[in-house]
Design a protein around this ligand. Structure first.
Ligand SMILES: O[C@H]1[C@H](O)[C@@H](O)[C@H](O)[C@@H](O)[C@H]1O
Length: 520
């Protein structure tokens, strides 16, 4: 997920604005709204979905992989530090690569970058599958991380620019659902291969299968066009026209196609004009990004939007959810469950099911309110799990099940983890990704980019430190720590995050104008 959204969405999501019948953008959106899904839209949904699936698969598969590696890497048992580095190298590279994805996407085109990320995904899977040392595995995970970082920016951009306005919002939420579905698939594959596959090669299949969706996506994208917006950007308006005609699926006549291309041209022109003005004000193209940064940090309401977006994205990761996503099979092995990869499926399935529920409810309940309702469940789940862990003696370097599984404590841990995950998926798993609605158009891309980087940075910290914290402070105190982070986050959200549900992007942004940073 990322910042890639929507100059056009802003207008689509602004019902309070009076439509100007002479405004060609309005014509464009009317046409788009009238269109029912074409085969093309289904293909686009499919490719957006597959991308989320890939992201989810690659982040989820590490859970079963870690408990299946045995001594296959560097001929020894993995230490907690090995496991932490193998896991977190993916998010570190995603963090480092994502800022460059937008430059590449502007230079080479969106479609080519999507194809390139598919190749990188496949290469990363191949390196992991073939690895015989910890270092090679870390390299493979890092290569996949680079692909995740680039894809998480470029695929939403590709979809947003290609989809008609009426479908754009829905297509972007498809992404979150498919990420969590990809994690379920990874968990199921991990469990099946571990239970029914060859013990020595099972993990190689788990990571190798990650190449499959990348190949499928590449095949689909090979038959899909470049986005009209990029084509206009590089002066190929004729081609853009043909793509728009295809997107509208024969439902739009020449007038609609012309109006759509015109709207894109106006937008591209306005954007480059805006950039030119900003640059001339600050002394040249080199300082263009500086001007955007100044706007983002210099204007109070932008600063406030950025603080909220980063708070939510940071909290989404620092609350510890991905510790479970990455290490649930390790945790359930330690707790003494006989088939830990099967038990850990509850994490992925609960997350997936409640993510779907949340997407139906969020607009009705509101973002602020759904967070304030769901975080207490997370805190309760974490504290209950901490209590459950206090009855179990375990060590993270032991891959063998605990000798005497304390049944009652194991059940408490399992149920409390489900409560925590359900709470997470209802709120923090989703709401932060709606970040773009916080920002005014001129700082939206940069602001969402920084917030997304906050997500990857915090994800890296959690992946790297979880097992080490468990070793140093016991699982109970680690879970208490996450509960304290959630409680602090609750307080900050309560104090600083106003409700934006039901507001247009403009209304949401102007809500933040108020110099008083509190919520009244
Ligand atoms: O929104 C997603 C989702 O909640 C995933 O399950 C999680 O692994 C990601 O880190 C998060 O960004």
């Amino acid at each position: 997920m990322s910042s890639a959204e929507e100059p056009l969405i802003s207008r689509q999501a602004a019902p309070s604005q009076d439509p100007d019948p002479n405004d060609e953008t309005t014509v464009h959106e009317d046409v788009a709204a009238a269109a029912s899904p074409t085969i093309f839209i289904y293909l686009l949904t499919f490719s957006a979905g597959i991308s989320g699936l890939l992201f989810g698969y690659d982040t989820g598969v590490i859970s079963s992989t870690l408990v299946s590696l045995g001594t296959s890497l560097s001929s020894r048992e993995l230490t907690a530090l090995d496991k932490s580095i193998i896991t977190s190298s993916t998010s570190l590279l995603a963090l480092l690569v994502s800022p460059f994805a937008s430059l590449l996407a502007d230079r080479l085109g969106r479609r080519r970058v999507v194809l390139a990320t598919d190749a990188v995904f496949a290469a990363g899977s191949a390196v992991q599958t073939a690895s015989t040392t910890v270092a090679a595995m870390v390299l493979g995970r890092a290569v996949v991380g680079a692909a995740v970082g680039a894809a998480s920016f470029v695929v939403p951009l590709y979809v947003a620019e290609l989809a008609p306005a009426a479908f754009r919002g829905r297509l972007l939420t498809v992404n979150v659902v498919f990420i969590t579905l990809g994690q379920v698939v990874a968990y199921v594959v991990g469990w099946a291969l571990r239970e029914y596959g060859d013990e020595r090669t099972a993990w190689r299949w788990m990571v190798g299968l990650g190449a499959l969706p990348a190949v499928v996506q590449a095949v689909v994208i090979a038959f899909m066009p470049e986005t009209p917006r990029w084509l206009v950007l590089v002066g190929r308006a004729g081609e853009a026209r043909r793509v728009v005609a295809k997107v509208l699926g024969g439902k739009g006549g020449k007038r609609e196609v012309d109006a759509t291309v015109k709207a894109i041209e106006i937008e591209v022109r306005e954007e480059s004009e805006g950039r030119r003005l900003r640059n001339s004000g600050t002394g040249g193209a080199a300082s263009g990004w500086k001007a955007s940064l100044q706007e983002l940090f210099g204007v109070s309401r932008n600063r406030r939007a950025l603080s909220i977006a980063c708070l939510l994205q940071g909290l989404q990761q620092l609350c510890g959810f991905n510790s479970l996503m990455y290490f649930s099979a390790t945790i359930f092995t330690m707790v003494g469950f006989p088939i830990p990869t099967l038990t850990s499926l509850v994490v992925a399935v609960t997350n997936f099911a409640f993510t779907i529920a949340a997407l139906f409810l969020i607009d009705r309940i509101g973002r602020r309110r759904i967070l304030l309702w769901s975080i207490p469940f997370m805190i309760a789940g974490l504290l209950l799990a901490a209590w459950g862990f206090s009855f179990i003696k375990l060590s993270t370097t032991d891959s063998a099940p605990a000798k005497t599984p304390a049944d009652g404590a194991a059940a408490v841990i399992l149920v409390s983890i489900m409560v925590y995950v359900a709470g997470y998926a209802m709120g923090l798993g989703n709401v932060p990704w709606m970040q773009s609605e916080l920002f005014a158009l001129n700082v939206r891309s940069l602001g969402s980019g920084i917030a997304t980087a906050t997500n990857w940075g915090a994800n890296f910290v959690i992946g790297l430190t979880f097992l080490l914290l468990m070793d140093a402070f016991t699982p109970s105190w680690t879970f208490v720590l996450y509960a304290v982070i959630c409680a602090t986050g609750y307080g900050l959200i309560w104090r600083f995050y106003p409700e934006t549900a039901g507001l247009s992007l403009e209304e949401a942004a102007s809500l933040l104008e108020d110099d008083n940073w509190g919520v009244r």
